[in-house]
Each structure stands twice: as C-alpha cells, then as structure tokens.
Design a protein. Structure first.
Length: 425
C-alpha cells in the first residue's frame, strides 16, 4: 500500500498513541509465565506485539483480546508448541523470548520474516550458552533458532555492547536458572524489563548499572497499563517542529527516565515541549506532552545518547536537515542491522528529497537549513522509515509518495489516520 502525503501549513490537535511496543512485548511475555490472569490496558496494536501474543498462545498461554481494549493473559507453565513460533518482523521476540525458552523442558523453534532472518542473534545466544543453554542458529548467527530447553545456572555478565534486549534476554533466562543472575551495564539502557519483573513479583534488585535477579521466584498476574509509545510520539514531535505553526498535545506518553533522553535532546535543541499531568502507573511514569513550533538548533548524538535514541534516529535525521546547524550521529552501527540498514535507507530517502547527507559505517552528518523536495520514497518495508519520511513529506514543496507505507502497521496501524487528523493543509 502506498500513501500520498501532501504538504501541511500547520500541526494542531490532540493525539492519543498506541501502547509502547517495548513495554507491550515485555508484559505479554512475562504475563504468559506468571500464574493467574493479567489484565493489560492499551496493549500495543502493531503487528510486532501481536506476534508476541501469538507466540505466547502457541506456548500454552490463554490470550483474550477484549472489545473494551483490554488484553487478558492467563499464564503459568509453558507447553511445548506444536509448530514453529513466528516472530514476524520482530527482532525483539527472537532475542527476548529465546531467554525464556532456553530454560524450558522442551525444544522450540523461532522463525521470522526475511528481515528478521537476516538479523544476527548471536549476541544473546553467547551469554545463554554460558548459562548452560543449547541453541542452534543458521550459520552460527542468524534465525531460525532451535532452542533445546535445559537446566540453566546464573551467571555474571557484562554485555560488550549496550543493549536492553540482550540484558532482558539474560534476565528472563535467569528466572529459570539456579542461583543468581547478575548483569552489569557499561551504559544504562531502558529498564522496562526490570520494572515489569518487579511488578510481577520477581526477586530482583537494581543498584546503579547492576541488576541482580534470583532464579525460581513465583510470578503472579497483574493489572497493568501500557503507556503511550514515546518512539511513536517522536514522529509527531518532529512534525510539529518542522512547521511554522504548531500546537500539539500528546496524551498518556511513557516518560521512563531511561527513555526520556529524546525529550532532553529535543529541548536542548530549542524545542518548546512541556510535560504535564505526570503520574506513575505500574512502576512506569506517564504524562502529557505539549509541543509548539520552535526554531531548533541541531546537535550531536554519540556514545550513550546514541544507544538511548537508536529507534528515533530516522525521525531525528529529518529534523536535523531543517534545523539551524544540522545533525551529526556517531556510534550507531546498530542501525545497519535493524529492519533495514537504516543508515542506507535514511540516506536514500533524504537524497531523493534533495537533502545532503554524508554517511559513515556507524552514522551520518546532515547539514542544516535544508529544504525537502517532493519525491517518491521507498520505505523498504521498514516501519520507521515509512513514518519518518511521511513526516518529511509534510514539509516538502509538493505531494510525496511513500511506497509500501503499510509497513507502518508493524508498530502503528493508525499512523496515517492520525497524521491526517493533525496536519492542516
């Protein structure tokens, strides 16, 4: 499905976002291994998180998607699946669910689409092997994964590269391991897994950048609310900042401190963003954002900040081109192994729109004060590329066509409907 996006003169209105993908994945998986029923409000509607529910159903959990938007999951001891577990387009599933499956009493196999099949997973299988797991990979690196469940033991592990998914995989495996599992982070990453495990009753302690988890704790079902997805909010924040006229409110956004680097960075660039109505639900901070048109200066993203903003970089690249001083991104080699090589797809899209960009193996440099020209943009099946260039199209000098725009449904099925509600032509 292609989408034609016309230029906008203003961004105005109120947006309520789908549930946070990262948190939805975690709640779905943990609820399936917890005893009793969990009731989850605002569970993410995107295809990725629905794949998580499908996998957990295949493993014996009862999943009910209710008409009022509530997702009910009744969990307990997992059962051997009758067939392959399909991760679809979700690398999160292949990495995190593998940790849970490594400690089970059966063999399972995780498959995915062409994109997932090309993404390496050896960063998670290495520590799992140290815990006693036996996992077979294609060419020693890639899905499908055949996971031969067996008894595990706790380890002390320091991921060589900052990754919340690697940390989460090890901790989830630690639930089924004997002894204590300890993860030391060099750079603090998003802590949704630690918060969720605490909420479900795990014996877990977080001190600074070190997480300690004791195996064997009994998890019990909970009633939880998934905050609005801050990564999805990023596209609308950027849209507002591209316009000369903008006044946008985004309701119920997740404001977890390990994710709020996005807001800190945008405000540091000069964005007028206010955070109001903050509350804590289920251990996660939730609040409303109000953004108005602003002159943003640009900036540099590197080191720990890159790890924190890795999913938002395509949208920030668009903002960087229109900023006063441009954007420099370093230490982002991980972009090369996302749904697409996002350094290459960002470069291709911007150049199609007449925007200058210089790329490196681990990042890019985009000069500021540039204009966007009407163009036909290939999303290459990547949801974040489809959405980022739809936002760029709002500031173009004519209508743009986003090819394979349906890719946005992976994380945000209603994205284009929402975009047309707030874009004033």
């Amino acid at each position: 499905m292609d989408q034609i996006i016309s230029p906008a003169r203003a961004i105005d209105g109120i947006v309520t976002l789908p549930g946070d993908k990262s948190i939805s994945h975690r709640y779905g998986m943990i609820a399936a291994i917890a005893e009793g029923e969990s009731k989850i409000s605002n569970y993410a509607t995107g295809a990725d998180c629905q794949s998580t529910l499908g996998c957990m159903q295949a493993l014996g959990a009862k999943v009910e998607r209710r008409e009022d938007g509530m997702t009910a999951i009744t969990g307990g001891e997992l059962q051997e699946p009758k067939g392959d577990l399909d991760a679809g387009n979700s690398g999160t599933i292949t990495r995190m669910l593998t940790g849970i499956l490594a400690g089970q009493k059966f063999t399972s196999r995780i498959i995915g689409d062409e994109s997932v099949s090309g993404r390496p997973v050896d960063r998670v299988t290495k520590p799992l092997t140290e815990m006693g797991a036996f996992i077979e990979l294609r060419d020693g690196r890639y899905p499908p994964l055949v996971i031969h469940g067996r008894p595990l033991h706790g380890i002390e592990y320091t991921p060589p590269v900052a990754s919340a998914q690697v940390k989460s995989c090890v901790l989830l495996a630690g639930l089924f391991a004997s002894g204590e599992t300890i993860v030391h982070e060099k750079v603090r990453t998003r802590d949704h897994t630690e918060i969720a495990l605490q909420e479900f009753g795990a014996d877990i302690e977080v001190v600074g950048k070190t997480v300690r988890l004791k195996g064997g704790a009994k998890l019990t079902g909970r009633e939880l609310v998934v905050p609005g997805d801050l990564s999805s909010a990023c596209f609308f924040l950027v849209a507002a900042l591209l316009m000369k006229e903008a006044d946008l409110v985004i309701h119920g956004v997740g404001l977890n401190p390990t994710r709020s680097s996005l807001l800190d960075f945008l405000v540091g660039m000069g964005a007028q963003i206010r955070v109001v109505n903050v509350q804590q639900i289920g251990g996660e901070l939730i609040g409303d954002l109000r953004v108005k048109s602003s002159k943003v200066q640009g900036g540099v993203i590197e080191g720990a900040l890159t790890a924190a903003l890795i999913d938002e970089l395509p949208a920030l690249a668009v903002l960087g081109a229109s900023s006063e001083n441009g954007l420099v991104v370093r230490d982002a080699a991980e972009l090369r192994v996302k749904e697409t090589d996002r350094i290459a797809t960002v470069e291709a899209g911007l150049k199609r729109m007449g925007v200058k960009i210089e790329t490196a193996p681990d990042g890019f440099t985009i000069p500021g004060k540039q204009s966007f020209h009407a163009a036909e943009i290939e999303s290459s099946g990547d949801h974040r590329i489809a959405m980022a260039f739809s936002i760029a199209a709002l500031a173009a000098d004519g209508p743009c066509t986003i090819k394979d725009a349906g890719a946005a449904s992976v994380s945000y099925p209603a994205f284009f409907h929402t975009l047309r509600q707030i874009a004033k032509n």
